[in-house]
Design a protein around this ligand. Structure first.
Ligand code: PMV
Length: 316
């Protein structure tokens, strides 16, 4: 690519508490991380992604974004530091960055709320169901709480769909260190979200677990506001057990969570599960990294509080 292009980027995220139950309107807490998805776009002839064509099966988010907007001529170059299918919000970051770039190209309003809504609609269409936690965090950055107790955050937008509604708030988060452990197993979000939906529809017990995750998450948000890492860690580990009962953990995730606990306040899977990644809240990140690597995981320390989406014209 050369000449005048638009360059955009958006952060990945980690869900501290509340994944899956948030799809049913329960609370969730997520933090943007210092791993970003980047894209450059410029007008072209046909759709070219990194020099090749796109397919709805391999690139469902890009295909959905362009189809919803009737875009048939665009060159896109991408680069990502967020492994796909890792539970770290790679598809939400892709959606936020590409939509931000396209909006700027078309001279549309680039306000966060409109962008977050379009990114959420994209994710909803691709997954068949979704909450706005991933997309809102990629768009806004920092700390994002959905349906949090009053007074803990500042509401930034409200989204309703399929009988559920989510008030998305900016939430101040004290400095904390998280280690991510990637299992190396890619797991698509859509099938796991459908699995939980089916379980919930067929079993009252599943609804109770989802309600309990909601309670744990609300308590966790209060712990974050009080900078109480002991309580937050304990709640994260409890959340992992509840998610395991829902059927979204796996042997590899359990192994990495278990290995991290000795040096952590708490640990849990993050994102949709079924593989992907776990997180540990710790003051001894090097020891946790070592424990994760010894059990075959890929560890990295994340910096939270990353800025949200940005898009700008560049001259190459
Ligand atoms: O695995 P990820 O990064 O796609 O996170 C999914 C989070 C879920 O709660 C499982 C789904 C959603 O849309 O909120």
């Amino acid at each position: 690519m050369n000449g005048r292009i638009i360059r955009a980027s958006a952060p990945g995220k980690l869900i501290v508490l509340g994944e899956h139950s948030v799809v049913f309107g329960k609370p969730a807490l997520a933090l943007a991380i210092d791993r970003r998805f980047r894209c450059d776009i410029c007008p072209g002839s046909g759709i070219l992604l990194n020099g090749a064509g796109i397919s709805p099966r391999l690139h469902p988010h890009i295909d959905t974004i362009l189809r919803r907007r009737n875009i048939s001529d665009l060159r896109i170059e991408t680069e990502s530091r967020i492994p796909s299918g890792s539970g770290l919000g790679s598809s939400a970051a892709l959606s936020a960055a590409l939509i931000g770039a396209v909006r700027l190209m078309r001279g549309e309003a680039c306000g966060e709320e409109a962008l977050a809504l379009e990114a959420f609609e994209t994710e909803y269409e691709v997954q068949g169901r979704a909450s706005p936690i991933d997309t809102s965090t990629s768009v806004h950055g920092g700390g994002v709480a959905v349906n949090c107790p009053e007074g803990l955050g500042t509401p930034i937008w409200h989204i309703s769909k399929g009988g559920n509604s989510w008030t998305v708030s900016d939430i101040p988060v004290p400095e904390m260190t998280f280690v991510v452990g990637y299992t190396g197993i890619k797991a698509a979000t859509g099938p796991l979200v459908q699995k939980v939906r089916k379980y919930k529809e067929s079993n009252r017990f599943a609804s109770d677990i989802i309600d309990e995750i909601g309670e744990v998450t609300r308590d966790g948000m209060r712990a974050v506001s009080n900078d109480d890492k002991d309580l937050l860690g304990e709640l994260m580990t409890r959340d992992h057990k509840l998610l395991s009962i829902l059927g979204v953990s796996c042997r590899e995730l359990n192994k990495l969570v278990d290995a991290s606990l000795e040096y952590s306040y708490g640990a849990k899977l993050t994102g949709s599960g079924g593989g992907g990644s776990m997180i540990a809240l710790t003051d001894e990140p090097e020891k946790v990294c070592k424990a994760i690597a010894l059990r075959g995981g890929e560890p990295f320390i994340v910096r939270t509080g990353a800025p949200g989406v940005c898009a700008e014209f560049c001259e190459l």
